[in-house]
Design a protein around this ligand. Structure first.
Ligand code: SF4
Length: 171
């Protein structure tokens, strides 16, 4: 799937979670959690709770790194001092920022108040990310896209909190 598709696709879940004229809320979701093989290693990381979420909301898929112009597969990157750098030392911050801006644009255009983003990713991680040493060490911090989405007022959930979001939107 190309970058445009990764920022434009939306999936409708089954109807019935909401009745009458109540519109289902739109939720921005990391494309890799939906099964898109867009991770740096060319794989997906489909999330178990996505089916239940899809039944309750309108899914808006985005892969910020691909939307920012990076290929699949690509070298892994981590964050350090606000910059995204690959394992071999290439600074990819600008591509990450372009992708973050596209994610915010898409979320605003589709009226998303919530996002479910892949935990620990240098783009999508929220609350904790790897420390830039490529040694598997987690530190407090947000991925570049997650930070921009939160700044735009979108409430960000990691995939481990998907049930919490489902409960919230069904209220
Ligand atoms: S974590 Fe975010 S940037 Fe990384 S592959 Fe998934 S959607 Fe793309």
């Amino acid at each position: 799937m190309d970058g445009a598709a990764l920022t434009a696709s939306a999936q409708s879940g089954e109807s019935g979670a909401f009745s009458g004229s109540m519109a289902r809320p739109a939720v921005l979701v990391s494309a890799c959690l939906l099964g898109e093989p867009c991770r740096y290693d060319g794989r997906a990381c489909a999330c178990e709770g996505i089916g239940a979420l899809s039944a309750a909301v309108e899914i808006v898929a985005v892969c910020p790194e691909v939307a920012g112009g990076l290929p699949i597969p690509r070298e892994p990157a981590e964050l350090s001092r606000g910059r995204a750098t690959t394992r071999s030392g290439v600074d990819v911050t600008e591509a990450y920022r372009r992708g973050a801006a596209e994610a915010v644009r898409l979320a605003c255009e589709r009226g998303c108040r919530f996002a479910v983003l892949k935990e620990r990713s240098p783009s999508c991680g929220y609350g904790e990310v790897y420390d830039g040493t490529f040694a598997g060490i987690l530190v407090e911090g947000d991925g570049i896209a997650a930070a921009q989405l939160a700044k735009a007022g979108i409430e960000v959930f990691g995939e481990s909190r998907i049930d919490e979001l489902i409960t919230l939107v069904k209220r």
